[in-house]
Design a protein around this ligand. Sequence first.
Ligand SMILES: *[C@@H]1O[C@H](CO)[C@@H](O)[C@H](O)[C@H]1NC(C)=O
Ligand SMILES: *[C@@H]1O[C@H](CO)[C@@H](O)[C@H](O)[C@H]1NC(C)=O
Ligand SMILES: *[C@@H]1O[C@H](CO)[C@@H](O)[C@H](O)[C@H]1NC(C)=O
Ligand SMILES: *[C@@H]1O[C@H](CO)[C@@H](O)[C@H](O)[C@H]1NC(C)=O
Ligand SMILES: *[C@@H]1O[C@H](CO)[C@@H](O)[C@H](O)[C@H]1NC(C)=O
Ligand SMILES: *[C@@H]1O[C@H](CO)[C@@H](O)[C@H](O)[C@H]1NC(C)=O
Ligand SMILES: *[C@@H]1O[C@H](CO)[C@@H](O)[C@H](O)[C@H]1NC(C)=O
Ligand SMILES: *[C@@H]1O[C@H](CO)[C@@H](O)[C@H](O)[C@H]1NC(C)=O
Ligand SMILES: *[C@@H]1O[C@H](CO)[C@@H](O)[C@H](O)[C@H]1NC(C)=O
Ligand SMILES: CC(=O)N[C@H]1CO[C@H](CO)[C@@H](O)[C@@H]1O
Length: 829
Amino acid sequence: MLLFFLSLFLSSSPLLTLSLNQEGLYLQRAKQGLSVPNNFLSSWDNTRDDTPCHWHGITCDSANRVISIDLSQSQLSGPFPLFFCRLQYLTSLSLRDNFINSTLPDQVSTCQSLTELYLSSNWIVGKFPDTLSQLKNLKHLDLSANNFSGGIPPSFGHFASLETLYLMANLLDGTISGALGNISTLKELLLAYNPFSPGPIPSELGNLTNLEYLWLSDCNRVGPIPESLTRLPKLNTLDLSLNRLTGPIPSSITELRSIEQIELYNNSLSGELPVKWRNTTTLLRLDASTNELTGTIPPELCELQLESLNLFENRLEGTLPENISGSINLKELKLFNNKLSGHLPSQLGTNSALQVLDVSYNQFSGEIPEGLCSNGSLEDLVLIYNSFSGKIPESLGKCQSLRRVRLKHNLLSGTVPEKFWGLPHVSLFELVDNSFTGQISKLVSGAYNLSVLLVSKNQFSGPIPDEVGSLDKLVEFSASDNKFTGRIPGSLVHLGQLGRLDLSGNELSGGIPEKIQGWRNLYELNLADNKLSGEIPAEIGSLPVLNYLDLSGNSFSGKIPLELQNLKLNSFNLSDNQLSGEIPPLYAKEIFKNSFVGNPGLCGDLAGLCPDMDRSKNQGYLWILRSIFILAAVVFVVGIVWFYVKYRNFRKTKRRIALTKWKSFHKIGFSEFEIIGCLKEENLIGSGASGRVYKVVLNSEYAYTLRVNEKSDIYSFGVVVLELVTGRLPIDPEFGDKDLVKWVCTTLDQRDFDSVIDPKLDSSHKEEMCRVLEVSLLCTNALPINRPSMRKVVKLLQEASTEKKSETYKKDGKLSPYYHEDASDQFVV
Ligand SMILES: *[C@@H]1O[C@H](CO)[C@@H](O)[C@H](O)[C@H]1NC(C)=O
Ligand SMILES: *[C@@H]1O[C@H](CO)[C@@H](O)[C@H](O)[C@H]1NC(C)=O
Ligand SMILES: *[C@@H]1O[C@H](CO)[C@@H](O)[C@H](O)[C@H]1NC(C)=O
Ligand SMILES: *[C@@H]1O[C@H](CO)[C@@H](O)[C@H](O)[C@H]1NC(C)=O
Ligand SMILES: *[C@@H]1O[C@H](CO)[C@@H](O)[C@H](O)[C@H]1NC(C)=O
Ligand SMILES: *[C@@H]1O[C@H](CO)[C@@H](O)[C@H](O)[C@H]1NC(C)=O
Ligand SMILES: *[C@@H]1O[C@H](CO)[C@@H](O)[C@H](O)[C@H]1NC(C)=O
Ligand SMILES: *[C@@H]1O[C@H](CO)[C@@H](O)[C@H](O)[C@H]1NC(C)=O
Ligand SMILES: *[C@@H]1O[C@H](CO)[C@@H](O)[C@H](O)[C@H]1NC(C)=O
Ligand SMILES: CC(=O)N[C@H]1CO[C@H](CO)[C@@H](O)[C@@H]1O
């Protein structure tokens, strides 16, 4: 009773409070060593507390002893707070996602009670202390996404209780000690995304009989997959992707009893796929894409209850076993770029919720299976570059889930099911280069999400329906080389997003529709080889981004509008028409001769090209700059710059991944439009080499599917390119109150290209640089709405990059030294 009153008295009277206990004092000392943003740990200063148990991030046991500290995401910076180790009962310490920027001190081993230590996503540098493994009670150690360097020391073999060891996304550049194989308690070993010195996967890891998850992606592993790994009875996920492993996939891999996921993509594995898969195996996901596998796809593999099977980019041949259609879990099947042949299993898709089927670039033949979309879940149907024949199954017309339909370059024929034209979610619809007949259905208006409609090189006929003009997301419409008749629908001028319109090689008649000013984004207009007539509307000259204009092979008459001089054309053809009068001065040049041939009424003999025309020198110079294609070399530079911009996010992303994405990466790839995945930052990490990223950007016809086409990214990209071409920093005293973009614009207005281009650049590349400069100025337009999409930028560069993949690339690459040193946040997107 007395005690009760005493304690009541004490606790209600602040003046007489017992002073803060020793643990509280230690915590305050620890706090003093850190730099903490305002008020974040204000509860830690509370002078009236006698224990720290109610402080932010602190948990105590029933005896008021601190057992856990969780200060994750608290913006702490400074050295590792060793004072925490004075707390004798501290079992769990989390400082995840802060800015701890020291080394991890040897004395961390004095935190003797710790069972959990979470330090991921900090800026910790240096080597792992050998003393770490003296933490005998430690079960969970997470040091991922820091700047640790060195290797994994042999001392790690002494961990006595460790169950999870997360070291991914550091800068570990030493070796991986085989002593890890001694940690018999280990369940999860995650080392991915470290630049270890090249070496084999330690076979000792096969001693980790409790191991469930092994993640060695992008760890510079070479040599064969150790047989010992296949004896791990509890292994659930094995991810060895993105290394340089060679030799065969061990046939004993089929013995893994608990395996659900095997990721072997992007290695140099050869030989055949293992055959004797246990019928009881639990394997759900297998990705062995981008290797050098040969032989056939074993039926036994297809009998497993696979959810996802990715074997693309190998050298597999033979057929796709019929048994695969028996798998009720199958969602994803990507086999593109192999040498597979024969028919697809007739029952494919009938037993499972198939979402993705990509068998492009093989030699498949026969009909498209009827039941592909039985489950109503098919999103991607990608069959390009095979020899599929027959009609599109009527059932696909009901496949409302479809998003991407790519049937290019097959032997398909007949009419396209009416409803197939109007699927509500389809954004990409590609029927190019088959033998389809019939009309584009008016139901196409139901495909309101369509951004790319490509039906060229078929035998479609009849009019182009007005309804195409209602597809307001349409970016690209190509219907060339068919037998379309009638007029160009006037409704098409409403397509404000339209970038490319190619109706060449048809039998279209009438004139160019009125009010084409609506085509604010049109960069390519190809109406060549039709029966079009009337005058060329002057409004064409007002299309802000048009750079490709081909009206050749029609019956256009009248004068060539002077307004065409406003365009910055890379490709221009008015040949073979009935045009008359004078050629606008800007184009009255030898270099445009081939743009006007076959117009008898046009300024007499074209060989002479109206010789007394004013040469308007400067304009001509500009024209030359514009018209000369950029060398691929320059584009290389741009690609690398692009990569670099993205690369800045590397660390950030690594952090995010380290925190949220414990499961292995799946390679995201869809044959030609693999770009969708490749430019996702996750995949950037994987692909590593700038060259590849670049290659994908510029080789893809579908670059516009990039997420990166937000206008702010475009601006950043433009600035980066400006920096490159001008050799100047974004901010420079010489600019006065202007920034780089304004400076370039004003200087160009007042002077010429030479005044802005980096004098250090090889002058023989000046033209290309000017072209690039123009693109970058488009990108840095003050109004976001006027900036081209990345798709267009890529297109502009792509169209220009033709010959000469020259050795100058390295040289030019060096012209951007600023970049690597002055990484400013301005470009982080
Ligand atoms: C760590 O961060 C603090 C606070 O931001 C800074 O003052 C200190 O210089 C940094 N230390 C190191 C080694 O980078
Ligand atoms: C960590 O590594 C990254 C990438 O190499 C580097 O940019 C950063 O400056 C490093 N941070 C520290 C604190 O060492
Ligand atoms: C392996 O672990 C045991 C038990 O923890 C330890 O005694 C031994 O020294 C370790 N060996 C190596 C090579 O790390
Ligand atoms: C660990 O693995 C290696 C190589 O696989 C083997 O030689 C060694 O005997 C194993 N050690 C133990 C303790 O099992
Ligand atoms: C595999 O197992 C399933 C059921 O577990 C059985 O129906 C099937 O016949 C087995 N296949 C083989 C080849 O043993
Ligand atoms: C798999 O296909 C083979 C050959 O086509 C056949 O013999 C076997 O019965 C099939 N297995 C299943 C489970 O359908
Ligand atoms: C689609 O497949 C899923 C999973 O296999 C199944 O649960 C569902 O009933 C199927 N739906 C249809 C319409 O077949
Ligand atoms: C429309 O297509 C885009 C891709 O272009 C896709 O991201 C989006 O989910 C689709 N929206 C609908 C409602 O289908
Ligand atoms: C324009 O088209 C005609 C006819 O197809 C062709 O002969 C000529 O070379 C083309 N001119 C240019 C500049 O492409
Ligand atoms: C084809 C492919 O994706 N190759 C990549 C595999 O991984 C290495 C290392 O990460 C890259 O350099 C390759 O470009």
